[in-house]
Design a binder for this molecule. Structure first.
Ligand SMILES: [Zn+2]
Length: 125
């Protein structure tokens, strides 16, 4: 008889930019929301800028950890966006990623935030 591996689970996948200026805000925010060890996390330049890459991780986190929530975080003055990184553009990209992920994974809760450099997490809707 093949032995079954136990199911492992965490609540969330958090996606944010690699930018060092965010770390002091991200760590406490994530801990309050999801605890110390209840989330997967990926740190990619530009946050949701590379949607295809994000999607791979969402699929993987759903498949191997049965996540229930995805938190997508873009931020103010993101150098990965360069001059294109207006508030409007970030808002658009976040909502676009949210919509596409929701369409593919209807049971997932997908929340999106714009992180200001003063540490404010602005929910986008
Ligand atoms: Zn950035």
């Amino acid at each position: 008889m093949p032995t079954k591996k136990p199911v492992i689970h965490c609540d969330a996948l958090v996606v944010h930019c690699m930018d060092y200026r965010l770390q002091k805000f991200l760590q406490p925010w994530i801990t309050v929301r999801f605890g110390y060890d209840n989330f997967d996390i990926i740190s990619l330049a530009g946050g949701v800028h590379d949607y295809e890459m994000i999607l791979k991780y969402v699929q993987l986190a759903v498949q191997i950890h049965s996540i229930e929530t995805v938190s997508l975080i873009n931020h103010e003055d993101c150098r990965a966006y360069g001059r294109d990184g207006t508030y409007k553009r970030h808002r658009h990209d976040l909502m676009d990623a949210q919509e596409k992920i929701r369409a593919l994974f209807p049971r997932l809760k997908v929340e999106v935030f714009y992180l200001h450099l003063d540490g404010t997490f602005e929910p986008i809707s």
